[in-house]
Design a protein around this ligand. Structure first.
Ligand SMILES: [Ca+2]
Ligand SMILES: [Ca+2]
Ligand SMILES: [Ca+2]
Length: 334
């Protein structure tokens, strides 16, 4: 299903995505996490509790119309392909359990570029001028496949039903409602692409509690997996399968974006790069989400988004205390 040979001929992430049969999430701005179980616009718009408590929501923040994830005292990570979104990053009250806190992005960082891109990926890191109260640990292992994931994104709930021969196969994307949501899925594979490794997960009819897929505007949101009891950042939302169509006629405007638990009976591709037909088989053929993999880029990320060693902060404190001690020590006794 992955015509990877075409990828090398193309340059931008959008074109790469098209070549892979993916659809970049910036294609239609500001839609979001979309659930198998419900079209309720209020579903999962507040901090998760129970099984998914502290599963990453607290580390998310708003960068323009998209999300980023706090990964160090002064850094957050997001996607490259949707472009820059201004000079602030907001750790909203919905994420921090209080009120909105606005951080100013260091637009002079990295020699004036204003950000760092991780080469060969869709990952982008920004620095803020202030300090975040806490930050997400990175997943640095290699065992993502099979793990439950929690993903985050901005936007609207699911839209119109996609019917094939009268049977429900999924839902179209809707317009923006600029609301952050969280959803879950299971990491089903890892694809090696020209934009680095991508974690993938399918939109399953019999999936996880809160089974979700992505749509335009979910780019940049964090994907977390549970590593021995601690939820760690394992991916950054990149794209989805798409687009879809009921025909392979070009120029008739009939193509659409959707989250499908069964792509059977529909064409996938684009007018520009061509369409391929998915036969409608008894077994569901779900569409997938894709996220840039953190673990293979963790060293590069940590070389930019520096997390101070715990002992260095302690040394600073000790040095300050010693200064006090020394001053006292050299104070002449009466
Ligand atoms: Ca699934
Ligand atoms: Ca068409
Ligand atoms: Ca089918």
């Amino acid at each position: 299903m992955f015509p990877r040979h075409a990828a090398a001929l193309l340059t931008g992430p959008r074109l790469l995505a098209a070549a892979l049969g993916l659809w970049c999430l910036s294609a239609v701005p500001s839609q979001a996490i979309l659930f198998y179980d419900t079209g309720d616009a209020n579903h999962n718009t507040t901090a998760p509790t129970g099984t998914f408590e502290d599963s990453g929501w607290q580390y998310e923040g708003k960068y323009g119309s998209y999300l980023g994830t706090i990964i160090a005292p002064q850094y957050f990570i997001t996607a490259q392909h949707y472009g820059t979104q201004g000079g602030t990053f907001t750790h909203s009250g919905i994420f921090n359990g209080g009120s909105d806190v606005i951080y100013n992005i260091d637009l002079a960082a990295n020699g004036g570029a204003g950000y760092w891109d991780i080469a060969g990926t869709d990952l982008r890191i920004f620095k803020v001028e202030e300090y975040f109260p806490y930050y997400a640990p990175l997943y640095t292992g290699t065992l993502e496949v099979g793990l439950t994931l929690v993903t985050h994104g901005m936007g609207g709930p699911r839209g119109d039903e996609v019917l094939v021969g009268g049977d429900l196969h999924g839902w179209e994307h809707t317009g923006s409602d600029a609301t952050a949501r969280w959803g879950t899925n299971t990491v089903s594979g890892i694809y090696s692409t020209a934009l680095g490794d991508l974690l993938t997960a399918s939109f399953s009819a019999s999936g996880t509690l809160h089974e979700a897929s992505l749509s335009g505007g979910d780019s940049g949101g964090g994907v977390f997996v549970n590593d021995g009891g601690v939820w760690k950042l394992a991916g950054v939302n990149y794209s989805i399968d798409g687009r879809f169509d009921t025909n392979n006629t070009t120029g008739d405007g009939s193509d659409f974006d959707a989250a499908l638990f069964d792509r059977g009976g529909l064409y996938q591709g684009s007018d520009a790069f061509g369409w391929s037909y998915n036969p409608d088989l008894p077994l569901d053929n779900p569409s997938n989400l894709y996220a840039s993999r953190i673990s293979t880029n963790a060293a590069a990320i940590m070389s930019i988004a520096v997390v101070p060693e715990p002992h260095s902060a302690l040394l600073v404190m000790l040095a300050a205390l010693c200064g006090v001690c020394q001053r006292r020590r050299i104070t002449p006794q009466p």
